[in-house]
Design a binder for this molecule. Sequence first.
Ligand SMILES: [Zn+2]
Ligand SMILES: [Zn+2]
Length: 276
Amino acid sequence: MVSRWACGRCGFVAWTRDRSEMVDVTGSHLLAHDSDALSTSDFRVSWDCPYCATAKTTYDSGGAVAEFKRHLYEHVADRVADGTHVAERVNWDGVVRVDASAAGDEADALRTHFHAAAGLVVAVTPSPERLVRALDEALDAWPRRAVIVSTGEYDFEATPDVDFEGRNVEIVELDPRLSPAEVGETVSRILDDNHEPGERVSLEVSVFHQIVAAFDVERSVAFVRMLAARLADAGGVLQLYVDADADRNVATVLNLLDETIDLTVAVDDGQFVRRP
Ligand SMILES: [Zn+2]
Ligand SMILES: [Zn+2]
């Protein structure tokens, strides 16, 4: 679970794993809204709070900024909610675009955040060993059921410490020649076979770039819409890991999916930030 703060003046939302990180997150953000409140003259730094009558002047510029951020945080501290989950933003039902490279470590914090809170995890990933390792390191307990769908053969030697006997994990190898419709059908069947009523589903798609590269824009859009509709029946969150800057076609597909995507989140140094 994470702490959450939503700015009252714009659409900014941030989630941090530790509440103490919120001092800097909220302070920096509020300072950006009121950068005029901080000024420098004659080697002295002054700040003048836009929310109350407090003002300070000092020669210690670094200290002044930190103090001002903490002061701004105090104004919103009671609006920081603890024990929340990013998926609550979409009521555990919708499509979340994650602006992070699917293959990078940075997204693991968000991946494990979603998977830890679900009963059924279905992950379509090009690097199943990495996902298994990330889950095993981050989670206190594995989800009730995890089905990891991969385009390659699982290398059990890459995760020697993971005891598969004690985990309810299935590794499904996907034929790379399958069409998006067939991949969708495979995922749909997995949901049918494994979902228990009322259970939260976390569906990770970390092969979005491969799908867009292998198929045309239209079929890629249809694939995501079909998965989203399929998941809407079960109740769960679909996460699309994308790096729109890396691929022009991916950016085009994402534009067409604008109505389908309910929330866009970026991962920044272990913190999660909503993108407008
Ligand atoms: Zn704001
Ligand atoms: Zn103040």
